[in-house]
Design a protein around this ligand. Structure first.
Ligand code: ZN
Length: 72
């Protein structure tokens, strides 16, 4: 069973709430979050979306290639 959450074009406030819920805000603040596709460091400026696969939360940056992968 895969659970998928996609958040394209999210407003910062809502995004922050979702990230807080998954404990990702701190990781991003600390520079410890990386794009699942290209491994680039994720910031609040380049974060495009996230997915939940089982218990794992994976996030994607805003590179076209990664946006493409995040939507699959
Ligand atoms: Zn990426």
């Amino acid at each position: 069973m895969k659970q998928k959450i996609q958040l394209p074009a999210i407003h910062d406030k809502d995004l922050r709430k979702v990230l807080d819920k998954f404990g990702l805000s701190n990781l991003i603040d600390d520079g410890k979050a990386n794009c699942h596709s290209c491994s680039k460091q994720i910031t609040f400026d380049n974060l495009y979306g996230l997915k939940v696969l089982n218990q794992n939360i994976i996030i994607f940056c805003d590179e076209p290639e990664c946006i493409d992968k995040s939507s699959k």
